[in-house]
Design a protein. Sequence first.
Length: 299
Amino acid sequence: MNFDQLCDYEIENELQFVEIEHGFTYIEINNAKAHATISTYSGQVLSFRPKSQKDDLLFVSDKAYYEDGKAIKGGIPVCWPWFGADPEDRGGPAHGFVRNRQWEVTGSESLVDGSTKVVMGMADSDVTREIWPHPFKLSIEITVGDSLKVALVTQNTGNESVTISQALHTYFYVGDIGEVRVQGLDGIEYIDKVDELAEKTQSGSVTIDGEVDRIYTGVTGELVIDDESLGRKIRIASRGCSTAVVWNPWIEIAASMGDLNDDDYRKMICVETANAGPETVEIAAGSEYRLEAEYTIES
Ligand code: TA6
């Protein structure tokens, strides 16, 4: 899809395409309610800021890689058709292969409530079937308004059922990680990836004072990131899943990552809407599956 073809999806004074120095194309949405930046490489929201807010919803690393085949560190990376390591041990990349490649724009729309919707997608090809031997259509619907809505829609276009795991691996911007509490997980069981996959139960809010990498299972309600340092709360309403992943790399892992500054661990937290860990999703031949998240900032 060349730049001229993309421009067919422009909406005057609302949705524009911008070519970026490193060869990527961004979708810039600016409507009466909010501003958002979305990368067509990786199908990834990089910025969302309601007009009423001074700070972005999302964290993006200053040292993020913008290179074909690499993931952009920050925003909302899409992990699909697996979360974590390749479950079939075929040597596929961590967190799947769609955050590392170009998506097509397939729709854009100005909605009656003043929001703007854009849709991107991809389908199986010789290249994807080498990594994951299944036919599919994948699309991401992004709606930018008072809230940010993201829906990841998997269509099984083959003749056999497929099993996937997936996540919206959202990096939220926080003022200072020491003043952040994740609410809504009290009493919920989790797998602790920094303690040999021990099964534990959350007591109270999640606070971060060391490396945290947890897969919470059986999550039913809304989650809230209460950030006292920015004086705001982020509400996360998810559908199509009962798993939430909470990740902060803390000091040593942040320092070891080439695409994070040493002190970035204080400025971010990942709270992920996922079908992951024990929760995988089987999609029957010819069916589709929706994983949805809506993010609202309150201050
Ligand atoms: O979602 C948490 C996690 O799987 C961590 O285990 C950590 O490996 C992280 O994601 C890596 O994310 P990245 O975007 O660096 O690939």
